[in-house]
Design a protein around this ligand. Structure first.
Ligand code: MG
Length: 422
């Protein structure tokens, strides 16, 4: 038997991915072990990344493979995840999607639930002259654009920028036209994901990201309107409040889901899950991870703290643009630090409690509890009691009366008593 009742966690974690858990395609040292530690300890956490271009399911699978751990898509928040919230508004209206290669973003948008999705390649197929300089990219647009019969008559209600444009010249031209009321009478609304101006790649200098495309578009719009019309748009992705709110909502839903699963694994507890009181954002980018956590006002009364690590964008020894709550060398140190601060234990997951019991499961069998560091029961408390195999830890503990437990136990396991095996 290896039933593991839920840890009554009141903390939670939000992890940036690039520069925190992975660099390129490789996991960073200690990253996989840290995720497994939290999974074993039943401490809720989410991934909060400004990456995107995939469904949450596909991105979770990709990250799972890189880290070698199982990640539930329900704990995955990307820069464009808040676009899920736009589905009720635009479900049956036409949207123009920007970013990615070929039909990648069209498919992601359709998977989100948008039913009438067009791409700039579709516009190119209808109006070849829409692209002033098609020589380099016309083959791509022709290969992936679709003929849409009512493309000249059915208006685009919104432009959603999901990931990096592969043809800035074309996409800026099309967005500029639409926002100025060309091609159609009413300008669409504009939604952008990932505000980051630049990002780190294998190149020696940072590369321009979606925030740079936004600045170009804003500049073009202001020039064309002589500054007389406001450039209106909505941005999602870190560090925006919208994305942190979406992340917190995702975290609570995931915590509730896993709590329900735990509660249906053989016992009848009906208590509510413990509230999340403190969330640690672990990130490498002061402008998105740290700034976002600092400015976010929790919707559930939690305190958001941040830990800046040195394995990505932030250079150790420099002054970050936004001051984190704490600094740490890497993600493993960051999580250990947070657990220590919050009183979970001084040695991380190594402090744990094991409940030993008999296999037979009748009401009068003996059992005992050992409290120690999990591997060698260093503290060696051993108590005798009558219990049975189906008891959860919550049911067993009151029987030990004055037993003093560690302030919090990270890992609670029920196992067969090795001393009683034949
Ligand atoms: Mg990062």
């Amino acid at each position: 038997m290896s039933r593991k009742p839920a840890q009554k966690s009141t903390i939670a974690f939000a992890f940036d991915i690039d520069g925190v858990l992975v660099r390129g395609k490789e996991p960073l040292p200690g990253a996989s072990e840290t995720i497994r530690l939290l999974q074993r300890a039943r401490i809720p956490f989410i991934f909060l990344t400004n990456g995107g271009g995939l469904t949450e399911k596909d991105h979770a699978a990709k990250t799972s493979a890189r880290l070698g751990v199982d990640i539930d898509p329900d704990q995955f928040v990307q820069s464009h995840s808040p676009f899920h919230g736009l589905v009720p508004k635009y479900k049956n209206k036409r949207i123009l999607v920007i970013g990615g290669e070929g039909n990648q973003i069209r498919h992601v948008a359709e998977a989100y639930g948008f039913n009438d999705v067009v791409t700039s390649s579709d516009l190119f197929v209808e109006w070849n002259s829409i692209h002033p300089f098609p020589e380099v990219t016309a083959h791509h647009h022709t290969a992936h654009g679709r003929r849409i019969p009512d493309i000249r008559t059915r208006e685009i209600a919104a432009i959603l920028v999901w990931s990096s444009s592969r043809d800035w010249c074309m996409d800026l031209q099309v967005m500029h036209d639409l926002l100025l009321g060309k091609l159609q009478e009413n300008p669409p609304e504009l939604y952008l994901s990932n505000p980051n101006f630049d990002w780190s790649t294998s190149h020696e200098y940072k590369r321009l990201a979606q925030g740079a495309l936004r600045e170009c578009l804003a500049s073009l719009f202001r020039f064309s309107t002589k500054g007389e019309v406001e450039f209106k748009y909505t941005t999602v992705g870190k560090p925006t409040r919208i994305t942190f709110r979406w992340g917190e909502k995702t975290m609570v839903e995931y915590r509730d889901k896993t709590w329900e699963i735990l509660n249906t694994e053989g016992d009848s507890r009906s208590e509510e899950p413990p509230p999340i009181r403190t969330v640690y954002m672990i990130g490498d980018n002061p402008d998105s991870d740290i700034a976002g956590a600092k400015q976010y006002e929790s919707q559930i009364g939690a305190v958001w703290k941040s830990i800046l690590v040195e394995t990505g964008v932030y250079q150790a020894g420099t002054t970050p643009s936004h001051k984190p709550t704490h600094h740490a060398k890497d993600v493993a140190e960051a999580v250990r630090m947070a657990l220590d601060i919050e009183g979970y234990s001084s040695t991380g997951v190594r402090v744990c409690m094991k409940v030993y019991h008999n296999k037979e499961g009748d009401d009068h069998k003996e059992g005992h509890v050992n409290i120690g560091d999990g591997d060698n029961n260093r503290k060696g408390h051993a108590l005798q009691d009558r219990t049975n195999t189906a008891d959860s830890i919550e049911a067993i503990l009151p029987r030990f009366g004055k037993l003093k437990l560690p302030a919090r136990c990270l890992l609670v396991e029920a196992e067969d008593d090795p001393a009683r095996k034949p």
